[in-house]
Each structure stands twice: as structure tokens, then as C-alpha cells.
Design a protein around this ligand. Structure first.
Ligand code: SD4
Length: 344
């Protein structure tokens, strides 16, 4: 499977992508298939969007010193959760249409352990609450006030997550009140926060999957969900099998984009099952995206969904409906941001 020439090419294209930053995002057949070319072993961490790079760096502190994939993914995604300039995840996330910041997150370990919180308010790190649900309760999902009470009872601090900047964007949005997800807003947010009109933006998620030095896989997914959503709306991100799935025998996958499209086809689980059937990570992501497109090709042209996957060999791949989806990788070769291939 390992192909040295392809691997070198992809490392070079990755470095180039990293140097070019946001502008590097390309699509189509010119992008390398890392599923076959980049088998660099373990440990490895990959995550969605350009802002995954900083999250990966944090995860790598743990993975690179022999820590577990579970600790790494939790620590990694806490970076965007706490970032006041990231309006897509955690603190400073854009609110729902009632002005409430409601967070969704889930985590999975290598033993099939799962924890999830949905529509959680006032807690900066929902991923850590999700982990606590997994480790300290007989349940998998806690929602809303129940999740908040559980968090408070376990030492989490109640905080106002709505920053003045996010509140301003919401108030501007209220003038039109039009719910209209924007394709690839994630990278626009990451790189041009000042240019955002406060109208119809929608926002994003970090999905991260990792394999540690022992070969164990874990994953985490956390988001403030689509901006200006109905109060109580939950997307794919905290739903095990939709926004995230980990099977330690096969691989792990995560998703980003319009969650409703991912939930109805249980996307991340599908990607892992396709890898089980022998597809590479990139092929599996492609088949899953095609399933969404097939249902309604016209609608698919207007929305973004991207999948990112890692298999047990350390090979990874991604595929999205639209160009502009990127993903970040950190392994023993260094850190890279790659463009994901796409349908259009
Ligand atoms: C959701 N999938 O709430 C998330 C949002 C997202 O890119 O990932 N946007 O539907």
C-alpha cells in the first residue's frame, strides 16, 4: 500500500497548502489521495478546517509524548472551544435566533465508549462535559438543562458565552431574520472575522479524530451549531454515528456542514462501514457525499457537507460537496493543511 513517490508528492503539496493558507484550498483531481499516499503510521491527528491546525498542535502535545488519543482529542478541540475569534465553536459561538448560545459536542473512545451533550448553555467546554457523561454516567446523551445541571454539579463554571461581537452579529441578523447557511463560512470565519456581515452567516464545527502510539483511535466533535438556528435545534455534531464515529478495528470519521443532511444518512457511521468494506478513507468519504447528492442534486449545489476519515493504518482522506473544505493533519512528518476534494 505504501508508495514512497506519492507520499513525497503529498508531503510537498501539504507544505505548499500550509504555506498558502486559506488560498491554498483547491478541489478536483489535482489533489492527492492521502488515503493511499500518506501512510505515515502513528500517532496521527486530523481535524476539520484550517482552524484544525491549532487544535492539532495541542493534541500533538499529548500524542507526541505517548498520551492517549482520547486525551488528545479532548485537549485539541478545547482550543477552538475557548477561542473568542472563532464564532463556530464554544465560547463566542454565534447564538440561535433567540440570542442563546447552545452548544453540541460528542466524544468516542477506542472501546466504543460514547458521551454527548446537546443544546448545552453557559459551559465553555462542552467536550469535557461529554467526556464526563461517557465516564461518569450510565448514559450517553444529556441535553439542555439536564446537561447544564450535570456540568455544574461536576465543577464546571457557568459563564456567559455570548460575546459583544457575537451579540452584535445576531442583532444585525435579526433585522432580516433569514436563516440561510453559507457554504464554507468556517474558513471565512477563521481568516476574515472582520469581514463578516452580521446577516445570514452560518457556522461550524471542529471534528477531530486521532490514533495514538498504541494504535488506539478516538474522536471528538464540538460546535455551536448553525448560526441563528431555531432554539432547541440540534445538528449532526453531537449525534454518535452522524457527526462522529469511531470503530477501533476499522477507523474513525467525522463530518462538518449542514447537519440535517448528515443525520438523515448517519454519515460518519456510513464512512466507517465503507472503510470496513475495503474502501480507502477518501473513497469512503466520497461515497457518503454522493449519497447526499443523489437524494437531491439541485439542493446539494446550495449546501456544504464534508467528511474526514482516518483508518487503522494511519491513512486519511476527505471529500466534500463543495470546494473550499480543508482539513488539518499532524503526524511525525509535521503539520499540514490540505484541501479536500469535492464534487463541485
Ligand atoms: C451542525 N454540522 O450543527 C454542524 C455545523 C457545521 O459547518 O458543521 N457547520 O449542523
Amino acid at each position: 500500500m505504501f508508495n514512497r513517490r506519492k507520499f513525497v508528492q503529498s508531503s510537498v503539496s501539504g507544505s505548499l497548502a500550509m504555506m498558502l493558507g486559506k488560498k491554498s484550498v483547491a478541489h478536483g483531481s489535482s489533489v492527492m489521495d492521502h488515503s493511499f499516499s500518506n501512510i505515515t503510521g502513528k500517532p496521527i491527528v486530523i481535524s476539520t478546517w484550517d482552524f484544525g491546525k491549532a487544535a492539532n498542535a495541542e493534541a500533538w502535545k499529548i500524542l507526541g509524548s505517548g498520551g492517549t488519543a482520547l486525551d488528545a482529542v479532548e485537549a485539541g478541540v478545547k482550543i477552538p472551544e475557548a477561542d473568542p475569534n472563532n464564532h463556530t465553536v464554544g465560547y463566542a459561538g454565534y447564538p440561535d435566533r433567540d440570542g442563546r448560545v447552545t452548544l453540541d459536542a460528542c466524544i468516542m473512545d477506542h472501546n466504543g465508549g460514547c458521551g454527548s451533550v446537546m443544546c448545552l448553555e453557559y459551559i465553555k467546554h462542552p467536550i469535557s462535559v461529554a467526556r464526563m457523561v461517557m465516564e461518569k454516567t450510565p448514559h450517553i446523551v444529556l441535553v439542555g438543562d439536564g446537561a447544564l445541571q450535570f456540568a455544574l454539579a461536576n465543577g464546571f463554571k457557568k459563564e456567559n458565552l455570548l460575546t459583544p461581537e457575537s451579540e452584535k452579529a445576531w442583532k444585525e441578523w435579526l433585522q432580516r431574520s433569514k436563516y440561510e447557511p453559507i457554504v464554507n463560512i468556517e474558513n471565512k470565519l477563521a481568516f476574515q472575522p472582520q469581514s463578516l456581515p452580521g446577516g445570514s452567516e452560518n457556522h461550524d464545527t471542529i471534528g477531530m479524530v486521532a490514533m495514538d502510539a498504541n494504535g488506539n483511535l478516538s474522536g471528538a466533535c464540538t460546535t455551536s451549531g448553525l448560526a441563528f438556528k431555531m432554539h432547541g435545534r440540534v445538528g449532526d455534531s453531537p449525534i454518535i454515528g452522524a457527526g462522529l464515529f469511531v470503530d477501533n478495528e476499522i477507523g474513525a470519521a467525522t463530518s462538518t456542514g449542514v447537519g440535517e443532511e448528515v443525520i438523515r444518512m448517519v454519515g460518519s457511521h456510513l464512512v466507517v462501514e465503507l472503510m470496513r468494506q475495503g474502501l480507502s478513507p477518501e473513497e469512503a468519504c466520497t461515497r457518503a457525499v454522493e449519497r447526499i447528492i443523489k437524494r437531491n442534486p439541485e439542493k446539494a449545489k446550495t449546501l456544504q457537507v464534508g467528511f474526514l476519515a482516518l483508518n487503522k493504518k494511519g491513512a486519511y482522506g476527505a471529500y466534500a460537496i463543495q470546494k473550499g473544505f480543508s482539513f488539518a493533519v499532524r503526524n511525525n512528518e509535521g503539520e499540514m493543511i490540505y484541501p479536500g476534494k469535492s464534487w463541485i
